[in-house]
Design a protein around this ligand. Structure first.
Ligand code: AMP
Ligand code: FES
Ligand code: ZN
Ligand code: ZN
Length: 302
């Protein structure tokens, strides 16, 4: 029987990549400590900042929100209702209930009011739903945070997400993406600061935190994520991790330590303009969301 490395009680969690066994309470403490360490390591924000946590109703964003509040950070939530049937209804209820439990504000917007629900957009736009959805989420997170006096937005991207993206960008030698793959994107040219405090925490670790803390989260994945190549990369990396614990963390951390600083030196910042329609930053004249709105409008009117 494994025992907690701190209190020697029976362990409930064993993390092979860190060679640590922990009881429930010490695991929760360890998890929150790791979040705080990451925030400090990458100078994400301080206790004086107002942070907006992008909350999807999943284990990562809810665990992140709870950890920040318990650690004493000033963190409110922001939920975008994507209008994806049962999946969105459930995640909305869970996110709302959770905000009440935390005693924190959850701001909500609906794509139905802003533009169109994802399944309808899918009917008119040939791109994969997830890529359009990603663009919309980034746009509304940025715009909402700015319009409501938040200078930092935190997302629940975890180590599995980040290492799968890193793997994909490396396989394709997507240098321009690699140059920007950092858990902190600074505030600049109309973009607010974006941070990923769970970047060194695996999906399993955040699921265990959620379960052991009694957080109710949506277990289903978005129905449109089925078949995404990122899932294949996640499975591949998890197989490697199984054989050799610590692989994901090493891959990601060593990229940040050794490769990112070299790539960053060659980064050329694109010139950004304000979108002529909404004022949000864009490399062209009209941003991708206003472009999409116009395209959808013309198709619906036909
Ligand atoms: P995903 O792209 O679904 O893996 O989500 C990554 C992160 O984006 C989550 O951890 C959240 O922080 C944020 N996010 C995803 N979906 C939503 C949503 N509907 N509303 C607000 N934030 C979201
Ligand atoms: Fe947006 Fe899947 S299409 S979460
Ligand atoms: Zn213990
Ligand atoms: Zn625009």
């Amino acid at each position: 029987m494994r025992r907690c490395f701190k209190c020697k009680e029976k362990a409930q969690v064993y993390l092979p990549q860190h060679r640590l066994a922990m009881c429930k309470d010490h695991y929760i403490e360890w998890f929150e400590g790791r979040v705080e360490k990451t925030i400090k390591e990458f100078k994400m924000f301080s206790k004086l900042d107002k942070v907006l946590v992008a909350v999807s109703g999943g284990k990562d964003s809810l665990s992140l929100w709870q950890s920040l509040v318990k650690l004493g950070y000033d963190a409110d939530g922001f939920y975008i209702n994507l209008g994806i049937g049962e999946y969105s209804q459930q995640s909305f209820i869970l996110a709302t209930e959770f905000s009440k439990k935390l005693g924190k504000t959850l701001y909500t917007i609906s794509l139905k009011d802003e533009i169109m629900p994802i399944p309808d957009i899918k009917k008119y736009d040939n791109r994969p739903a997830c890529s359009v959805c990603g663009t919309l989420k980034r746009y509304y997170m940025n715009k909402f945070a700015k319009d409501n006096g938040y200078r930092i937005i935190a997302t629940g991207h975890n180590l599995d997400d980040e290492s799968a993206v890193l793997f994909s960008n490396t396989l394709n030698w997507s240098i321009d993406y690699l140059k920007r793959q950092y858990p902190v994107l600074p505030e600049e040219d109309g973009f607010i600061k974006k941070v990923k405090p769970l970047c060194k925490i695996s999906e399993k670790e955040s699921a265990m935190y959620a379960v052991l803390s009694g957080i109710e989260y949506i277990e289903e994945e978005c129905p449109f994520s089925e078949g995404a190549t990122s899932i294949d990369y996640k499975i591949f990396l998890s197989n490697l991790e199984e054989k050799s614990p610590g692989t994901k963390l090493r891959f990601y951390s060593e990229f940040l330590r050794k490769m990112y600083p070299i790539l960053k030196q060659t980064e050329e910042k694109p010139t950004l303009n304000s979108c002529k329609i909404c004022g949000e930053p864009t490399t062209g004249e009209i941003c991708s969301v206003c472009n999409l709105k116009q395209k959808l409008k013309s198709k619906v009117e036909v």
